[in-house]
Design a binder for this molecule. Structure first.
Ligand SMILES: [Zn+2]
Length: 342
């Protein structure tokens, strides 16, 4: 998740439904689709010190991408990148400032001032089985990059990003696995993990201009970000909140199905605008982020690491997210509520 300056935020004055009480999770007694042992194995790999904090353009990020691609292959997703599961994202480092940018954003005539760095999104799909709806798609995504190696705190200089957003990356994989284990979805489902979020949504921006399915066929986007710890304002373990809940009918769909997903209780943080979902929302796709980030103080610190993760909570919430994606893949498409589209 990115930090944005308060001054840059446009508040749209969306109403909250904080006082509404939703039915208990009616799916709670259903068989759990997501396995805690697998969640632990995957997050242990992605948040390991050997991944060096997964900074865009580094060997640690490349190693993480290979790990995600291997998992996608084992799950049985169809590769949807331009080289297997990898979608190359042309990122360069500006000489001088060191800033990472998309090459296409370099000012004309400034060529030569940019050092290319390796960067890929990792993307796989499940083809929809419905003869009509199969041409439309649902996008499930998270960013796998993080902050790399930086200023040491208490002797630790690796910013592991276990919660931000290793947890969401694992969720994308495990939602895919749960879906593969069930009936073929009616719509095509795209499972995307992006690079470069922390440095300006680079992977997502590239994907938006080079989508693996035309954007006008993507009917919904669910992003998963920071679900590694419970949030008491969401109701505690196993529960999460959806950014921009009232902006579209997606949140209401989840609530009606009894999923443990409530409106974002911290609208002043403007989380709807702070992650990859916003790039898709601005293109008209109902797009929200599922999270349970309770503003913990390990945010963007080396201490965002595995030992702080509540795996029982995380597994339960991924299970809920898998049910949510099933609704999006098989049910009616969500649409914007009046005034909700950014
Ligand atoms: Zn972040």
């Amino acid at each position: 998740m990115r930090i944005i300056l308060a001054a840059a935020i446009t508040l749209l004055g969306m109403g909250q439904v904080g006082s509404r009480v939703y039915a208990q999770d009616s799916t709670g007694s259903a068989a759990r689709m997501v396995q805690r042992a697998v969640v632990e194995r995957e997050l242990s790999a992605l948040a390991d010190d050997s991944m060096q904090g997964r900074m865009t353009g580094t060997p640690g990020a490349a190693r993480s991408a290979r790990y995600i691609a291997e998992e996608m292959a084992a799950i049985g997703l169809i590769p949807a990148g331009d080289s297997g599961y990898f979608q190359r994202v042309p990122v360069g480092r500006l000489e001088g400032s060191g800033q990472l940018i998309l090459e296409e954003h370099l000012a004309p005539g400034a060529a030569g001032a940019l050092d290319r760095v390796p960067a890929v999104n990792v993307v796989g799909i499940i083809r929809g089985g419905d003869p009509v709806l199969g041409d439309s798609a649902v996008l499930v995504d998270a960013n796998y990059d993080h902050l790399g190696i930086g200023r040491p705190v208490h002797g630790d200089s690796i910013y592991n990003g276990a919660d931000d957003d290793g947890s969401g990356t694992v969720a994308v994989l495990e939602i895919a696995r749960a879906m593969r284990a069930g009936p073929t979805p009616r719509r095509t489902v795209i499972f995307l993990t992006t690079i470069g979020e922390e440095v300006g949504l680079l992977g997502t921006r590239w994907f938006v201009s080079h989508p693996v399915v035309p954007l006008d066929r993507i009917e919904a986007n669910l992003e998963i970000e920071m679900i590694g710890r419970p949030d008491s304002l969401a109701g505690g373990p196993g529960r999460g909140w959806l950014t921009g809940f009232d902006r579209s009918t997606m949140g209401e769909m989840f609530a009606r199905a009894g999923l443990p997903i409530v409106p974002d209780r911290r609208p002043s943080q403007n989380f709807f605008m702070r992650s990859d979902n916003i790039a898709f929302a601005r293109r008209g796709i109902p797009a929200h982020t599922l999270s349970s980030f309770a503003l913990h103080t390990d945010y963007h610190e080396p201490s965002d690491e595995l030992s702080r993760i509540d795996f029982a909570h995380m597994t339960e919430l991924i299970d809920a997210a898998a049910r949510a994606v099933r609704l999006l893949a098989d049910g009616p498409a969500p649409h914007w509520n009046p005034g909700g589209r950014p």
